[in-house]
Design a protein around this ligand. Structure first.
Ligand SMILES: NC(=O)c1ccc[n+]([C@@H]2O[C@H](COP(=O)([O-])OP(=O)(O)OC[C@H]3O[C@@H](n4cnc5c(N)ncnc54)[C@H](O)[C@@H]3O)[C@@H](O)[C@H]2O)c1
Length: 342
């Protein structure tokens, strides 16, 4: 298939693109290479993707003219939209970036997909849509009307926009609610990356909510497996939706939202301990209260994912952290001996 992946230079997008190429697809990747974090890391991810079946286009998804041209030049079989302004904490001080990328950019994609009758539009939502929900594990049937950050509100809006397009224009859409993704080539603004960096540099780490929060950390390869399996589960119109109980994860329209998480939340302090063991080094911890915008726990119900594609993420935290540390040390050329001497 010919597949458009937006955010292809990002953490999840680069892993996904690699897998799609391995599976024999042709991938057109779009990314603006935004400077939210180290652009050279994004460029290095792209270097891993050099392949005769891959074309990279540097473009902002909110640039309507350029996106229209791209859709005119290609006949995409699938569109997987991952480009976004990510991060909960950054949204507190930089709300405008989220409106530009996550609302305007998302709208541009929807419009292109409807005019070109795309067979399946999949897009990144987030576990953050569960916001103030305390009904664990988070099910797609739970209410998601109480976002704790603008980031979460944009992701929830994406789901609502998707439903309106699924309903009005019969555009099949799948919203992917990812739960705290981690692994090699990860994001420098996320906990694992910051912890590893600081521990290796003998700097203290900030541990929010005094380490008591639970996160359903999900390994990036599992996320990618979930996406590629869902790609061919195209939601259909369903007249019987009302009689079947009006499940909020689906609709009368060709619409679906699905959790991709591991269903095994880990306490932040235990996650740090696993990292310490892997690095062979203790962290100096700076205990802090829960940050504004953050939720105390995330915990994914994976029944829907299992039912749809017969798969749930299973990579253990030990294995995932091991893979991350191996990559981190190699990428930043950290010699064992160098940090062991501290
Ligand atoms: N990593 C996680 O734990 C997680 C959890 C839930 C949801 N998500 C969502 O998954 C998606 C991918 O996340 P990620 O962790 O790979 O983040 P990332 O920041 O590494 O990747 C996003 C990519 O999108 C690009 N981008 C940003 N704005 C753009 C724009 N306007 N036009 C074109 N490209 C643009 C960035 O340059 C970046 O390379 C995002 O939508 C994010 O909100 C991620």
């Amino acid at each position: 298939m010919e597949i458009l992946v937006t955010g292809c230079a990002g953490f999840i997008g680069s892993h996904l693109t690699k897998k799609l190429l391995q599976d024999g697809h042709q991938v057109i990747g779009v990314d603006s290479l935004s400077d939210y974090y180290d652009v050279s890391l994004k460029k290095d991810r792209l270097k891993q993707l050099v392949h005769p079946q891959f074309i990279f286009v540097q473009n902002d998804v909110s640039n309507e003219q350029q996106m229209k041209k791209l859709f005119e030049d290609h006949a995409f079989d699938r569109v997987i939209h991952l480009a976004a302004q990510a991060g909960v904490r950054y949204s507190i001080d930089h709300p405008e970036s989220y409106i530009q990328a996550n609302i305007l950019g998302y709208f541009t994609l929807l419009e292109c997909c409807r005019h070109h009758h795309i067979a399946h539009f999949l897009y990144a939502s987030s576990s953050s849509v569960y916001g103030g929900n305390k009904h664990y594990p988070f099910s797609e049937e739970d209410h998601v009307d109480h976002p704790m950050s603008l980031y979460a509100a944009t992701k929830k809006s994406n789901e609502l926009f998707a439903h309106s397009y699924s309903s009005l224009y019969k555009l099949p859409t799948t919203g992917l609610r990812f739960f705290t993704v981690y692994g090699p080539w990860g994001r420098p603004d996320m906990a694992l990356f910051k912890f590893a960096k600081n521990i290796l540099n003998n700097q203290s780490i900030d541990v929010y909510n005094y380490g008591e929060m639970l996160r359903d950390f999900t390994y990036v390869e599992d996320i990618v497996e979930g996406i590629t399996r869902l790609m061919d589960q195209i939601p259909q119109e369903n007249e019987a939706w009302y009689e079947e109980g009006c499940h909020t994860s689906e609709s009368f329209a060709p619409y679906r939202v699905v959790n991709i998480g591991r269903n095994q939340p880990v306490k932040l302090l235990d996650f740090i301990e696993t990292l310490e063991k892997e690095l062979g080094k203790k962290a100096e911890k700076n205990f802090m209260p829960l940050q504004k915008g953050d939720v105390p726990n995330t915990f994914s119900n994976t029944e829907n994912l299992q039912k749809l594609v017969g798969f749930i993420p299973e990579t253990s935290i030990e294995e995932g952290i091991h893979q991350f540390v191996q990559w981190y040390k190699e990428y930043y050329q950290i010699e064992e001996a160098l940090y062991e001497q501290h």
